[in-house]
Design a protein around this ligand. Structure first.
Ligand SMILES: [Mg+2]
Length: 178
C-alpha cells in the first residue's frame, strides 16, 4: 500500500509557455519553489508520479524521443537539486479530439499507476494548474490541489496561488498527522 503525489507538469513542475509547448530542454524552466516542494514530498515517502497531457506529439510538433530527452533533463536536474526523482512518468500523446481515456480529465494514466504501485487514492494528492487536473484527481479519489492565481472556488480541496503555499499546507498537514 502506497501513497502518491500525482503531478501535472506544465505550470507546476516547469513554467508553462504562453500558447506554446515545451519543445526543447532550453525551454524547460523549473517553477519557483518546485525543488523545495518536491523534496518535502519525497521526504514524506510519497511516490512522485508525473501525469502529463502532451498532445504536441500527435500534432507532430515533437517526437516521443524529444519528449524523452526533456524528461531525462528534468530527472537529472531534480536529482542534482533534491537528491530525488519522479518515481514514474506517464504522458498522454493523444489529441484532445481523440476521446482518449488517458488524456486528463480522463483517468487512464492515474489508473495505470494506481494498479502498478498499489496506490491508495484517499491518502494521495493530485496537484495541477488546470481544472482538468482536478477533475481527474477527484474521479480517482485523491485529494486535489489547484495552483492557479486566477481560478478559485472549484471542486479542488485546496486552492493555492503558488508552490510556496502548497509547501506550507503539506508541512502543516504532516504536523497534524504526527
Ligand atoms: Mg498544467
Amino acid at each position: 500500500m502506497n501513497k502518491a503525489f500525482f503531478f501535472d507538469r506544465d505550470g507546476i513542475v516547469n513554467v508553462k509557455l504562453e500558447n506554446d509547448y515545451v519543445k526543447y530542454v532550453d525551454e524547460f524552466i523549473f517553477e519557483q519553489n518546485f525543488f523545495q516542494l518536491f523534496e518535502l514530498i519525497k521526504k514524506q515517502n510519497y511516490l512522485a508520479i508525473l501525469v502529463t497531457n502532451q498532445q504536441c506529439i500527435h500534432k507532430g510538433i515533437i517526437t516521443d524521443n524529444e519528449l524523452y530527452e526533456i524528461h531525462s533533463y528534468m530527472q537529472s536536474e531534480l536529482l542534482k537539486h533534491t537528491n530525488y526523482q519522479f518515481d514514474d512518468i506517464y504522458y498522454c500523446p493523444d489529441l484532445d479530439s481523440s476521446g482518449s481515456k488517458y488524456r486528463k480529465p480522463e483517468t487512464g494514466m492515474f489508473d495505470d499507476a494506481i494498479k502498478k504501485y498499489n496506490i491508495v487514492p484517499n491518502i494521495s494528492f493530485t496537484i495541477g494548474d488546470a481544472i482538468t487536473d482536478i477533475q481527474a484527481g477527484n474521479k480517482v479519489g485523491t485529494k486535489t490541489i489547484l495552483v492557479n492565481k486566477y481560478i478559485k472556488n472549484t471542486e479542488a480541496n485546496f486552492h493555492c496561488d503558488n508552490l510556496n503555499q502548497v509547501h506550507n499546507i503539506i508541512q502543516t498537514l504532516s504536523n497534524i498527522i504526527k
